[in-house]
Design a protein around this ligand. Structure first.
Ligand SMILES: Nc1ncnc2c1ncn2[C@@H]1O[C@H](COP(=O)(O)OP(=O)(O)OP(=O)(O)O)[C@@H](O)[C@H]1O
Length: 257
């Protein structure tokens, strides 16, 4: 799918990170990260395994505490939030993690209802049904509502996982390796879905990936993490036209025509 016209609102900063540091013992993982993400913007984070990409998104979601620096998400300084405020903030962040598996013992409908019933107890049955139908429609799987996860393909399960996240109407989506383990055609469909979610719900997203086709298809901006810092930041074309040897050394990007 061609990228549609983007609606990035550069007056609305959704995530602002300054001089972020994080160590585990002597392992100094993040060594001064700066990042700005605007409303409606998709940012792809690239980097070798173990460079701290997951640590970064866990800090953004308040699951890990920074050692130094500031992380502002949706107007809140994450490190200074009380437990209750952090819970409220997390409800506005959708996680599509590799291991965010569906519950096999629940139908698709029940999987989608689960986060709603747990977090929005005041909703009527009609409101829950409508939210489930809307989320399934957004991922193109309305017909799967009564199916079991085991009856779905890997790509369909990924879509249902994204629908389960969308049902909470997040302002920010965090995708951790969304195309990992999927064939190229299914991967392209997930890339299209990431863009559709961005267009339709005006979300800002961080997409962690090793898949350069995904990076090119979904990223308005790419940030390349190396040795705890972003060493490149820009559009796909800018980053890969840079001729940076550090990129060439670990990405065989010649397969992209
Ligand atoms: N809770 C933790 N305790 C101790 N060390 C951790 C913890 N979480 C992450 N690390 C370390 O931080 C470093 C970065 O890990 P992280 O999972 O962020 O890498 P990544 O870039 O996401 O890798 P991959 O691409 O393989 O998922 C690794 O050295 C890891 O061992």
């Amino acid at each position: 799918m061609e990228k549609k016209e983007k609606h990035i609102d550069r007056t609305k900063q959704v995530i602002t990170i300054r001089d972020l540091h994080k160590s585990f013992g002597t392992n100094h993982v993040l060594r001064g990260i700066d990042l700005d993400i605007f409303q409606g913007e998709n940012v792809v984070v690239l980097g070798r395994s173990g460079t701290g990409k997951s640590v970064l998104i866990k800090i953004i979601a308040g699951l890990l505490k920074p050692d130094k620096g500031t992380v502002n998400v949706l107007g809140e300084n994450v490190a200074s939030l009380s437990y209750r405020k952090l819970e409220e903030l997390r409800l506005r962040i959708g996680f599509s993690f590799q291991n965010s598996a569906l519950y096999d013992s629940m139908t698709v409908r029940e999987n989608l209802e689960f986060p709603l019933l747990r977090n929005s107890k005041h909703l009527t049955t009609a409101q829950v049904n409508s939210a489930v139908e809307k989320a399934l429609e957004a991922v193109g799987l309305s017909h799967a509502i009564n199916q079991w996860p085991a009856e779905l393909s890997g790509g369909q399960r990924k879509r249902i996982g994204i629908a389960r996240t969308l049902i909470m109407q997040p302002a920010i989506m965090l995708y951790d390796e969304p195309t990992a383990g999927l064939d190229p055609i299914t991967s392209m469909e997930i890339n299209d879905l990431i863009n559709e979610v961005q267009q339709r719900f005006n979300t800002s997203s961080i997409i962690i990936t090793h898949d350069l086709t995904c990076a090119r298809a979904t990223g308005d901006k790419l940030a390349v993490l190396l040795d705890g810092r972003f060493v490149q930041m820009g559009s796909f074309e800018e980053v890969f036209a840079s001729g940076d040897e550090r990129l060439k050394s670990f990405y065989d990007y010649n397969f992209i025509t």
